[in-house]
Design a protein. Structure first.
Length: 536
């Protein structure tokens, strides 16, 4: 071994021994710190494990974390780096960080590299994380949120939403603590995980929740296709509901519930929404309807059209939509002429979309694309069909005899489509009878309803044989008549004086004549007796 080799080995030994002697054992705690919007600063501690040797470290004065779209959050780092005997506390402070430039529930991070002065290998790392949470300081306190979702639309369900469907959310907020919590606000939104933005967000009025109790809040929403993007996938969305106390502060009382949902994007689907149509209309009126047709499928569509229909309205109108690219819409306006005679109170109009092959659009589950809107007919605006079926017969209780009650039963049935009032009147009887009674004189009948009317006529005593008369039922817009022939029997024969008969002795005018006749006979007898007595 020559002298140069010996010299080289000696130098290596010196470097090794010097390096070994200069390395100081130390620790860093914690090894990771997290920042939320509610975090003002955070600290970590460097501890010298060998108090006999002072520790000198290199710690950067700044740290940068990159957010969305190139945004950079800057954090300052301060603390004693030299002559650390036991420990040194370092403070990490955000410098006006805009947390809105970071996506919710996504973690962003960077490392603080700590190295010992004079030892390039004696390094430690502190990971700094930035986490924008729905609760600004994370879940805190005694609140607990749960939700129940109902989809009131025709295509989706509680996990799968389509634009224009009404989504109803029932939120239950429990207070699991021992104290009342006041001014609890429920905020909510539909969150796009891809963009880090809410496409819908709102909040409900505050409620007070007693200890060990719960409150329920319900809200509804619909998704506007204009808030969607062609780059969105069906799995990019989450429904977020948060409850926090405005009284105690979100940093003390906050909980949230997250539900991953899909906003449907089928292969081929056109839907109708933003329907504008008068809620109350009049018969015979021409109304203007407006609707927007959206292509929410994954393909451009050509030569499409819409059918607007209701069979009871006689409505079956085709409206050409034309070509629609992905997430393109077209606003349509058209007139609907309402019939003058309508019988129902409400009518549901259907809006269906069709492709160029005349097939109705369906989602991937085979459900047809049908939107519905209801109109209500204003009271008193329709010329509703009115009619009556009139049956007239002689009652079985009728005597059909001169001088005796003739009872006629008229049965009316409303064969129209609306409630109708009928007036009942007999005519053509005046020459042979008099009217004693009509019970009742008018009837109010619902559609399809039937009722009876009793008419009592009194034939004259000198009437006999076939006698004609008519029963008439009149109503707004028309009348019905029935002609009837009554066979009247003559009154029975008696003494032959002015039509008097024994059969009439018991009742009516015959009885009066009998009394008068007896009185006359008695008077004659008295006179005869008186004359004879006078002659003697």
């Amino acid at each position: 071994m020559n002298k140069y080799s010996k010299l080289f080995i000696a130098v290596l030994m010196i470097v090794f021994l010097f390096g070994f002697a200069s390395a100081v054992a130390y620790t860093v705690s914690p090894s990771a710190i997290t920042f939320t919007p509610a975090t003002n600063n955070s600290t970590f501690t460097i501890s010298n494990s060998n108090s006999s040797t002072l520790l000198n470290v290199n710690v950067p004065s700044q740290l940068q974390i990159t957010g969305e779209n190139g945004y950079i959050a800057v954090f300052s780092i301060s603390g004693t780096q030299t002559n650390i005997n036991s420990s040194s506390i370092f403070t990490v402070t955000p410098q006006n960080v805009d947390f809105s430039r970071f996506s919710l529930e996504k973690t962003y991070s960077a490392d603080i590299i700590i190295s010992e002065v004079g030892s390039s290998t004696n390094n430690k790392t502190v990971k700094v994380e930035l986490n924008r949470q729905f609760c600004e300081a994370g879940i805190r306190g005694d609140l607990e949120v749960d939700i129940d979702v109902t989809n009131n639309g025709d295509l989706g369900d509680e996990d799968n939403f389509y634009p224009f469907e009404e989504i109803e959310v029932e939120v239950t907020v429990d207070n699991n603590g021992n104290n009342d919590i006041d001014d609890v606000i429920v905020s909510w939104g539909l969150y796009n995980k891809r963009t880090g933005e809410f496409i819908i967000d709102d909040e409900e009025k505050s409620v007070d929740i007693n200890n060990d109790d719960q409150e329920t809040v319900t809200f509804t929403f619909t998704i506007d296709p204009a808030d969607l993007d062609a780059d969105d996938t069906r799995d990019d969305f989450a429904l977020i509901v948060k409850a926090f106390s405005d009284d105690e502060g979100e940093e003390n009382q906050c909980d949230f519930f997250r539900k991953d949902v899909t906003v449907a994007r089928d292969d081929h689907l056109l839907i109708v929404g933003d329907i504008e149509i008068p809620s109350e209309v009049q018969c015979g009126e021409t109304i203007t309807a407006r609707a927007k047709v959206w292509n929410i499928g994954d393909d451009d569509e050509r030569d499409t059209y819409m059918i607007v229909s209701n069979s009871k309205l006689g409505l079956n109108k085709r409206i050409d939509v034309g070509d629609l690219d992905i997430l393109e819409d077209k606003r349509l306006s058209f007139d609907i002429i309402l019939p003058k005679n309508l019988t129902d109170k409400s009518y549901t109009i259907e809006f269906k979309t069709y492709n160029k092959d005349d097939d109705i659009f369906e989602n991937d589950d085979g459900d047809e694309s049908i939107s519905r809107e209801t109109i209500t007919i204003a009271d008193g605006t329709c010329d509703l069909p009115k009619s009556v079926n009139l049956i007239v017969v002689l009652s079985e209780d009728s005597a059909s005899k001169a001088g005796s009650d003739l009872i006629v039963k008229a049965t009316l049935r409303n064969t129209g489509s609306s409630d109708t009032i009928y007036q009942i009147e007999p005519t053509g009887y005046e020459s042979w009878a008099s009217l004693k009674n009509i019970q009742p004189t008018s009837l109010s009948l619902k559609a399809g309803e039937s009722k009876d009317v009793l008419i009592t006529l009194l034939p004259n005593t000198d009437v006999e044989g076939a006698q004609e008369f008519t029963v008439k039922a009149t109503y707004a817009g028309g009348e019905a008549t029935k002609r009837l022939v009554a066979e009247i029997e003559p009154s029975s024969g008696g003494f032959g004086l002015t039509g008097f008969s024994i059969s009439n002795l018991a009742s009516g005018s015959g009885f009066i004549w009998a009394i008068a006749l007896i009185n006359v006979i008695l008077v004659i007898i008295i006179i005869v007796i008186a004359v004879r007595i006078a002659r003697k």
